[in-house]
Ligand binder design. Sequence first.
Ligand code: PMP
Length: 766
Amino acid sequence: MSAVMSEPVPGVGPRDAERAAAEIFGVTAPATMLRSERDRNFLLAAAPAPLVLKVSNSAELDEVVDLENGALSHARQHAPDLPLPRLLPASGGGLVSRITAADGRSHLVRLLTVVPGTPADGTRLGPGFGFELGRASAALARGLRGFAHPAALRYLEWDPREVARLGPALATLPDPAQRDRLVALAARLADLPGRTANLPAQVAHGDITLSNVLTQDGRTVSGIIDFGDIHHTARVCDLAISLTALLRVAPAPWPAAAEFLRGYQGVTPLEEDEVAVLGDLVLARLAATIAISVLRGGSDPEHAATVAELDRGSWAVLDALGAISGAELDGRLLRMTGLARASASRVADPGLLDRRNRLLGGRRLAPLFYREPLQLTHGQGPWLFASDGTRYLDAYNNVPVVGHAHPAVAQAIASQSRALNISSRYLHPNLPELAGRLLSTLPPGLDTCLFMNSGSEANDLAWRMAVLVTGRAGAIVTDSAYHGVSAATAPLSANTWRPGQQPGHVATFEPPRAADGIAPGRRHAAGRIAAARDWLAARGLDVALALADPMFTSGGILDAEPEFVAGLCDAVHEAGGLFLADEVQAGFGRSGSGLWSFARHQITPDFVTLGKPMGNGHPVAALITRHEIAARFAEVDEYFSTFAGNPVSCAAALTVLDIIEQDDLVASSAATGQLLRQRVAEVTAGLPVPVTVRGSGLLAGIELGGQPDELTPLLAERLRQEQILVGTTGPGGRVLKVRPPLVWTAEHVEVFAAGLRRSLADVLPG
Ligand code: PMP
């Protein structure tokens, strides 16, 4: 312990104080003792106003008292609205004098004016006090800005940054559970000096706690006293000290913290990096308080009750904040201060996977990629960054079609959110603007656009429309289709059916597999639709709707002849059914031949569904159809969905369309995709197994001939070691799926090709 903490309080009583006041300051008044931890303070009932005689601890250094005095007068000058005590000079001049106590120890004495009010820790606090405390804390910090003093750089036991130094004291806590918890906490927080070293710093009060904050009504702050802990620190440490004091007495931590921070930020907005350490500083301060009460032991009977009360409060806050993870605490404080950032923590959170599995129903309900799941923190263009700092090339995610974290999309979402976000039941120009933009890219006849939040919902509504308009109840999809997760679209997703669980109203057909030998054309398509119709007819049904992803992505990325897809569409039409081009995955320039992949097949579907990349990650989807279909549906039914087509989603989607057009991403998808297939063919030529590469634009399927299904997932895992993220698709997951953001260039193709070459050399037998 520092000398001031271990040195007994001055052996000076009220009579000594009265004598000193009279002799040194010429003030004759009766004295009563005030509470103080390490000094002796006396209230002098002087006329016309009471005064405080402050007798410092004998271990207190002259330069520290000089620091206190200088800070006080600086703050009084620069925060004139904040009631602070004023130093009064001695009769002989000078603000500091000395007395010698009866025990022979020498003490510095000062005379101060009295600030109105009583300490907040002895007052019933009302609503709004936390806000006022936040304001006062910030105002005093502002008033102290610019003040410098050599004695301000000093170590104080109470400093939350230095809590790790108190580890040995915490190790003597009698309760083993409490001891282990705080010893571990202090050890974890050993990095606080480093984490705070670069934050805004200044000379700060250092002890704006409820015993040093005065109030007259329990709601407002009438003054701040006791500059005895003043030191140079990160300003967020000073804030953390006040916040901790408030939390100890608050009925609930979150409302109190929010109120306090609102008050503080009303005076001084905080920086994100400050808030990012605030939670840990509060925890540190709580641990420091408990450590110091241990260090003091029973040596301070005068304050035993206060100390016990402090400790109780500290434990209550530790329990409340400890109920969530450190990352969650940081995130909550960042949201509270309006500084929420994409990821609250760039540190890997080892408990995250367990928490997720426990709270989300396990891996089947909340699936993850990779044997060792990847925790990502941020992205940029085609790159993704993990919590351990590793940079990955994204060769998989099509949703961030214009690149991860595109600033224009983020800005569009943010600025529209700041202005208004509301359901489409009110007029807003974004909605028809987006509808118009999308329809202008589609064949004539497709003139009606409805919005929703996911691809599943788009297909779901299309299915309802088709059933209603045709008066039929049968569907046709490919045998490996995926069209959604809803009650209507899961049955349309053949690749999610359990064996033997084909729904009775959904017939399947084979997409154009490489195994066909010859590329299937119009005749094959007609035959396959006819067979599907027979299957439905055998169940008393006919086709209402056939759905197809024109790139057959979930089938393994199959290159269909335009004639095959046109043949499907025509055959369905001839049968009186409707045809849906599911562009949820293949749309927005992916195929490299126009925005929509069905365009190369020269068909006009009855429905087109859009989703996934439409908002570059923001949930927004659309169903496009002809007005006569929509009108027929509207005669008997209606459609509205709360979030669908809200102005923020539309702003995101409009920005995505802008960027695809401005950056010519469709042409770039075609060219880069062609290079990709060429380079894959080159690096896989001469391998012991035949490797085929299919697809168009930036959608490529790579298949290893004659290998077991397990090899492809293994290859995906191996590519992760190359810092390349891919997926798998097709029956048995045996096709490597390369479907990157469209901002890939030749540079990224080279990184991918080199990684693929090394990975294949590793995983292929022999
Ligand atoms: N259709 C296709 C072709 C898809 O790939 C998907 C999603 N994988 C969906 C529909 C469903 O979209 P969502 O996940 O947004 O509901």
